[in-house]
Design a protein around this ligand. Structure first.
Ligand code: HEC
Length: 91
């Protein structure tokens, strides 16, 4: 029994870094989307120097998406919204 618990906690130790690496990959991919998709009409600094809450980023990104729908699909828009709300939220 104790061996099992020990083995379980040991395996979760190995799982944890894998989970945070996956989160880092997601953030890097979203950052890449901002750099490529949000720099078509203005520099990517425009969003990267603003602060908004999740609702604010949702409406801004959807407004940007509507300006040129072919530039940004819904899945990418969602990833960008989550990323910007996380790194450019309201302090
Ligand atoms: C099709 C061209 C175009 C693309 C692509 C675009 N923008 Fe914009 N953006 C504009 C224009 C034009 C303005 C200024 C007028 C306005 O605010 O609507 C602007 C203004 C902004 C502003 C300042 C105004 C505000 O509401 O805070 C932010 C922030 C912004 N864009 C973020 C983004 C993000 C994030 C992306 C990528 C998802 C993006 N933009 C992609 C054209 C674009």
């Amino acid at each position: 029994m104790t061996k099992k618990v020990f083995a379980l906690s040991l395996s979760s130790l190995f799982l944890l870094p894998a989970i945070s690496v996956a989160a880092d990959d997601k953030a890097a991919a979203a950052r890449n989307l901002v750099d490529t998709k949000c720099s078509v009409c203005h520099p990517a600094e425009k969003p990267l120097s603003a602060n908004k809450n999740f609702e604010g980023w949702t409406s801004t990104v959807k407004r940007m998406q509507a300006k040129n729908p072919a530039n940004l699909n819904d899945a990418d828009a969602e990833a960008i919204i989550k990323y910007l709300a996380a790194v450019r939220g309201v302090k």
